[in-house]
Ligand binder design. Structure first.
Ligand code: ADE
Ligand code: ZN
Length: 339
């Protein structure tokens, strides 16, 4: 196994719909009678900005039509992660489009849960779920989603869903629109995170922290533009789930990985973790994410080992589980360290 694949990893920023294998995309399109503009994945996954990427992301989402499809994508997603050192993932799913199309949250979550359980039985990877609000659907759809999630939890049907998030288009949407939904999720005992500062400046990060009460920040790239905010987030040890390759390819924020601020974020004292975002749509995997970042940003082995351990710290595992995962990672990192 490659050195970077062998690093034990936690992943906290990965959208299950962005992990669907190209072959599965074609099969789901055929099964569900949905025409694709092209059957060539390199043609399909062509975009030049976050919003043009989202058009394709939404197309792939629309191919997931029933419980069996959800189970399949969750299963394959975790198996594919396992090949590159993944040990634990908190995976996003974004059901707004499916709910609007008549699917039920209960069936979606049941399918995802089945898929995760099947993968757990075949590998030593564990998976939990984060239910994302799609910003494009607005505040009232978000309130409705959290209400449904609350009902499902009360009925015992959402044990794998440990938190909520907020994704999709960032420009022109005020995060405050989702304050009620986030407050309600907090009352339900769900953890909270949000995509912020991926496609906008640091003000969106500050608003998400203040208005939504988030405990993690997804992307958060713009944070270094605000020194006071950087200090505050670093001191609070609020984790950032950073996706450097995605930021080059999807958000087009940097022309080269070498220009990405990931290492500077960590040097500023931020708890910045490494993640793939939408690996199947960006020809990526978690081993390649670690390898390419280590090379482009000249991060030596001890720094990459620290990144892997920070993934454990930033997770929403119970303290006792964090401690045992950390001990296991330390043992495995010591065994993989190059001499
Ligand atoms: N959904 C999937 N990937 C995303 C990203 N990078 N930003 C916002 N929403 C997303
Ligand atoms: Zn994302």
């Amino acid at each position: 196994m490659d050195l970077f694949d062998a690093i034990p990893k936690v992943e906290l920023h990965c959208h299950v719909e962005g992990t669907v294998r190209a072959a599965t995309v074609l099969e789901l399109a055929r099964k569900n009678g949905r025409p694709l503009p092209t059957t060539d994945p390199t043609e399909l996954y062509r975009y030049h900005s976050l919003d043009s990427f989202l058009e394709i992301f939404w197309l792939v989402q629309s191919l997931i039509a029933d419980r069996a499809d959800w189970a399949r994508v969750a299963h394959e997603s975790l198996l594919d992660g396992a090949e590159h050192g993944l040990r634990y993932r908190e995976t996003f799913f974004t059901p707004a489009r499916h709910l609007a199309g008549g699917q039920s949250l209960a069936e979606i979550v049941a399918g995802l849960t089945e898929g995760l359980e099947a993968a757990e039985a075949e590998t030593d990877v564990r998976g939990m779920l984060i239910c994302d609000i799609d910003r494009a659907y607005g505040g009232s759809a978000a309130n409705e989603l959290i209400e449904q999630l609350g009902e499902l939890r009360r009925a015992g049907g959402a044990e794998r869903v440990i938190g909520i998030g907020l994704d999709s288009t960032e420009r022109g949407v005020d995060p405050r629109e989702f304050a009620d939904a986030f407050a309600q999720a907090g009352r339900l005992g769900l953890r909270r995170t949000a995509h912020a500062g991926e496609d906008t400046g640091p003000e969106n990060i500050a608003v998400a922290i203040e208005a939504l009460g988030i405990e993690r920040i997804d992307h958060g790239l713009a944070i270094l533009d605000d020194a006071a905010l950087t200090r505050r987030v670093a001191e609070a040890r609020t984790p950032l789930t950073v996706c450097p390759n995605s930021n080059v390819v999807i958000a087009n924020r940097y022309t080269r990985l070498e220009d990405h601020p990931f290492r500077r974020m960590r040097r500023a004292g931020l708890l910045a973790t490494l993640n793939t975002d939408d690996p199947a749509m960006t020809d990526l995997d978690l081993g390649r994410e670690y390898r390419s970042v280590a090379t482009a940003l000249q991060m030596p082995w001890p720094e990459m080992a620290a990144v892997a351990l920070d993934g454990v710290e930033a997770s929403w595992l119970e303290e006792v589980d964090k401690r045992s995962m950390r001990a296991r990672f330390e043992r495995e990192l010591a065994a993989t360290e190059p001499v």
